[in-house]
Every structure is written in C-alpha cells, then in structure tokens.
Design a protein around this ligand. Structure first.
Ligand SMILES: Cc1cc2nc3c(=O)[nH]c(=O)nc-3n(C[C@H](O)[C@H](O)[C@H](O)COP(=O)(O)O)c2cc1C
Ligand SMILES: Nc1ncnc2c1ncn2[C@@H]1O[C@H](COP(=O)(O)OP(=O)(O)O)[C@@H](O)[C@H]1O
Length: 315
C-alpha cells in the first residue's frame, strides 16, 4: 500500500482511481463493508483503490482536545487499511484551507484533477466540503457532469443498531469489550513501547510496565483485566489507564500493566495490551498504603477473572 501525504505529492502516474473518503477511525465492520465494495469496484475497473483520510480528523481540527478520543492511531489505521487490501491512501492535512474548500472545489481539485476518480464509494451518511454541504445527491450530480459514478454503501447494523465509531467508543467506556470486539471484528488493543517510569511500582511490590501512549488519548480510563503478548506468549495482567492522582504525576494519562506471575525485564519491548473487563474507576488514594491495598485487590480480582475465563490464544 502506498501512502501519499498531501495533494502536492500526487503525480501524473497517480491518476485513475476508485475512491472512498472518510475518517475510518477504528476500521470497524461498517468501514470494512465500504472497503470491500471499494475492492470489488477497483477490480472491476482494473484501477487501484484509494482511501482519502484527514489528519487531524476534522472533529479534532474543530474541537481540539474536546474531540472524542480515537479508536486507532494513524499507524494502526494505515495497517488496518493495508490489511483490507487498499492500494493507496491519500492523507490530507485538515487545515483552514481545506476546511474552506467548497464541495464543488473539493470534487474538482482533489477527486477529479488529483486522483482522476472513475468511481466513488461512500458511506450512507457521508457529507463533506465547507459546512458539510456535499451530500450523496450532490455527488451524483457532480459525477454525472464530471464523468464518475457514485455508490452509496448501505448501513451496517449489528446487534440491533448501526455500527459506528461513536457506538464503539461508548461500549469501551462502559467496559463492554465483547460487543466492541464484535463491532470492530477484532479485539481492542493498545500497543506501545515500555518506557522507564518513576520506579515506584517495584517498591510497592507491583512492578508495572509503562506503555508509551504518545499523543494517543485513549478511549478508556480506569483499572482493567488485560492480556499482553510477549515473546510469542500470551500473559495475564491487570492495568491502570489514567493520570495516577495518588502519586505526583505529570498530568498525562499513562497505561501501566502489571503482568501476573512475571518477573522479567520488559523495558524497550513493544507490548500489545488487550482489554477484557473493567474492574473499577481510577481513584485518588490518601497514601501509598491505601493505593497498594487497592492494587493488591485488583490483582486478586484479575486472578479470579482468569480462573473463570481462558486466556486468549493471541492478543
Ligand atoms: C492495577 C493498578 C491499579 C492502579 N490504580 C490506581 C488508582 O486507582 N489511582 C492511582 O493514583 N494510581 C493507580 N495506579 C497507578 C500507580 O499509582 C502506579 O502504578 C505506581 O505509582 C507506579 O508507578 P511507576 O511504574 O511509574 O513507578 C494503579 C496501577 C495498577 C497497576
Ligand atoms: N510482573 C511484571 N509486570 C510488569 N513489569 C514487570 C514485571 N516484573 C518485572 N517487570 C519489569 O519492571 C519494570 C517496572 O518496574 P517499576 O518499579 O514499576 O518501574 P517503572 O517505574 O520504570 O515502570 C517493567 O518495565 C518491567 O521491565
């Protein structure tokens, strides 16, 4: 899969595409339905498929830190699009210039002149262009004048409701990982490198691997039963994701995992963490003794969980 960053990196060889546009946050089963139609249309046309995404996502541009947290970082999203058989991704920076582009100019400059679109696959509620003025009817009209076809992908419903990134976010928030997994068609995993922390964990008797979140604002907060994958093995664990109000922190959210019955060195490892159940919200404890007692109780609760359920075969 080829990643093209910005319109200015489009070359004449990039003309002629079957295209879809969107945020594709999480690449859930609804997105996968669009991508599968895209793949079919591309094969029929004998042209490469192209997904146009925005970075930051438009809601992040408008609302900044008030925007909902992402289900997938850019690198995860790209890996998932690649796995879905997408040939090219055009990643446009969503800035003031792009936001002011009218729907007509968007179609003309990006889709027609930039990508040489022959077919456009869109989701059922897709709207774009300045003030979201471009809808399906507009696109069909534009397509008939400018020479491309437009197809609407039907809403994908699962367990009685429409699949959406918002619904998955709220399932994760409420700790319903089984339903979130069904909507994502994969487990919800946060992966990152293990960094050095404040070295407090081991003095509490609970060493924790601190996973680097970088700019990711996780859609989770609290204490969870987790599993991690390390050197080809799946290990049971318990994790906290939050600002650690009981110890002087840096105000940033951290993901910290205590791996049960493990005593090795994890520094520098890239650790995928899969979430299984929520145990409680993060709390501010009066002192380290109270924090320690709560963490020991969490470890007991995680052990009880893993006695009831088998460890997954992979994370
Ligand atoms: C299972 C678990 C639960 C935790 N719960 C809380 C909590 O409720 N409140 C809090 O301030 N910190 C909580 N923490 C974070 C600890 O404060 C943190 O792991 C400890 O300070 C060690 O930090 P270090 O790895 O940087 O040394 C929890 C950690 C774990 C592993
Ligand atoms: N059971 C375990 N779970 C998680 N990390 C462990 C475990 N046993 C040893 N470690 C190692 O100890 C480190 C964490 O120790 P800790 O005192 O919490 O220091 P830090 O503040 O640097 O995270 C981990 O990064 C890992 O290399």
């Amino acid at each position: 899969m080829e990643l093209i960053r910005g319109l200015h990196n489009l070359r004449p060889r990039h003309r002629g595409h079957v295209v879809t546009i969107g945020n594709f946050d999480g690449v859930h089963v609804g997105h996968q339905a669009i991508l599968s139609r895209l793949r079919e249309s591309a094969a029929r046309a004998g042209l490469p498929s192209c997904v146009v995404i925005f970075e930051p996502q438009p809601r992040e541009f408008f609302a900044g830190r008030e925007a909902p947290p992402r289900l997938s970082r850019l690198r995860d999203k790209l890996a998932l699009l690649k796995a879905a058989g997408v040939d090219r991704v055009l990643c446009l920076s969503f800035n003031q210039r792009l936001r002011e582009l009218t729907a007509e100019a968007f179609v003309q400059r990006i889709l027609v002149e930039g990508l040489g679109v022959t077919h456009l696959q869109v989701g059922d509620d897709f709207r774009f262009g300045c003030d979201r003025a471009g809808d399906f009817a507009f696109l069909q009209q534009a397509g008939s004048t400018l020479g491309f076809t437009v197809e609407n992908t039907q809403t994908v419903e699962l367990l009685g409701d429409r699949v959406s990134s918002t619904r998955i976010r709220s399932l994760l928030e409420s700790g319903d990982f089984a339903t979130a997994e069904a909507l994502l068609d994969r487990p919800f995993v946060i992966a990152g490198r293990v960094l050095h922390g404040q070295k407090l964990g081991r003095t509490l008797g609970v060493p924790t691997a601190n996973i680097q979140l970088k700019r990711l604002r996780a859609p989770l907060h609290g204490v969870y039963v987790v599993s991690v994958q390390h050197e080809g093995q799946v290990l049971a664990g318990v994790a906290n994701i939050g600002e650690r109000p009981s110890v002087a922190g840096d105000g940033q959210a951290h993901l910290e995992v205590h791996v049960l019955d493990y005593a090795g060195d994890l520094y520098g490892q890239y650790l995928p963490v899969r979430f299984h159940a929520k145990l409680r919200d993060e709390q501010k404890f009066a002192g380290l003794d109270a924090l320690k007692a709560a963490i020991y109780a969490d470890i007991d609760a995680a052990r009880a969980y893993w006695q009831q359920y088998p460890l997954p075969c992979c994370v």
